[in-house]
Write a protein that binds this ligand. Structure first.
Ligand code: NAP
Ligand code: GLV
Length: 315
């Protein structure tokens, strides 16, 4: 079997060695623009459109959970993805634990008001602040998929009420679940009283700018926002306005419309916004290789695999 690999911002040789160890019978090559030799599988992150023209592709493995960069090619030019190839995304592969740690950290930081202590320290002020009561520090998790469900349970373990929202109804122990579309009554019921909103939705046309003034206005006043999904989910001006008006107290952002975030972006100057460089849950090489190799083996044996993206739905 022939496999092409594309992940330009990484050490390709380490990936190729790992894949070769896991799939000793495969002929592996790093794909380069202009390479039109046939291949059975592609293992990629943010590939250029041209890669999809490689003949013979049976499956494209995305080295991340979000497939928005690949589907953007398909939306711009329908038919870009080869009709015979399935698109398979990473499922957890070590990201659930990282994401849970990141969100737990943000929840504890705001619950115990460490963000305010950091600002007070910068002013050399000594004030004791009452922590938020656990019972009213309701955390809402938008998206209860592979990552959202784990994050919801990790946050619930901190002893705060947790609710979650997804398109289809879920049953998750210890979590109050809501389902529906992002503009219906169920969505508003989910938002009502939430003190900290975590976004773990995929970036699709339906979820674009869901973190907007209307959404913020439905939360508990002075709520917190944690966006770990995609920058396109957030209306940036609405966030700045919500912080200025007190609708929101603070935000932790890991993802941005433009990455890297431009040095003159106003978010850098807003002390109530905490910024990390799209690092809440990194793709871990060994875990990703093991998952992809297992799935390639299963497909080669004629078996089905999980994690296949529904292209029309966008995730
Ligand atoms: P997933 O398993 O596909 O879960 C997506 C969840 O969102 C599902 O529960 C789905 O509902 C829900 N959903 C999708 N569209 C919806 C809509 N219009 N209305 C309501 N709910 C909707 O994805 P995942 O593996 O958890 O990953 C989630 C996202 O996290 C990725 O797409 C990626 O953008 C982001 N991510 C970011 C990082 C980072 O480093 N910052 C790392 C990894 C992933 P159903 O279950 O009902 O379908
Ligand atoms: C990272 O952002 C991912 O989608 O895995």
């Amino acid at each position: 079997m022939k496999i092409i690999f594309w992940f330009p911002q990484t050490d390709a040789s380490a990936w190729l060695h790992g894949l070769a160890r896991a799939l000793p019978d495969a002929a592996l090559r790093e794909w380069q623009p202009g390479d039109t030799d046939p291949a059975d599988y592609a293992v990629v992150w943010h590939p250029p459109r041209e890669l999809f023209g490689v003949p013979g592709l049976r499956a494209i493995f995305n080295l991340g959970a979000g497939v928005d960069a690949i589907l953007a090619h398909e939306h711009e030019r329908p038919g870009t993805l080869p009709g015979t190839a399935m698109l398979v995304r990473l499922e957890d592969s070590g990201m659930g634990r990282q994401m849970s740690e990141y969100v737990q950290h943000a929840v504890l930081r705001y619950l115990r008001r460490f963000d305010e202590y950091a600002l007070a320290q910068a002013r050399r002020e000594w004030h004791v602040l009452a922590p938020h009561p656990h019972e009213t520090f309701t955390v809402g998790v938008l998206g209860l998929g592979v990552l959202g469900a784990q994050v919801a349970q990790a946050v619930a373990a901190l002893g705060v009420p947790v609710r979650g929202f997804s398109r289809s109804m879920k049953t998750i122990e210890g979590i109050e679940t809501y389902s529906g579309e992002l503009h219906g009554e169920q969505f508003d019921a989910f938002l009502d009283g939430v003190k900290l909103l975590v976004n773990l939705l995929p970036a699709t046309p339906d979820t674009e700018s869901v973190l907007n003034a209307r959404t913020f206005g439905k939360l508990s006043r002075g709520a917190y926002l944690v966006n770990v999904a995609r920058g396109t989910h957030l209306d940036e001006q609405d966030l700045l306005d919500a912080l200025a008006s007190g609708t929101l107290a603070a935000a932790t952002l890991d993802v941005f419309r433009e990455e890297p975030l431009a040095p003159d972006h106003p978010f850098w100057r807003e002390p109530r916004i905490t910024i990390t460089p799209h690092s809440s849950a990194l793709t871990l090489r060994d875990e990703a290789i093991s998952q992809v190799a297992d799935k390639i083996g299963a497909l080669a044996r004629g078996e089905t695999v999980s994690g296949v993206v529904h292209v029309g739905r966008g995730y």
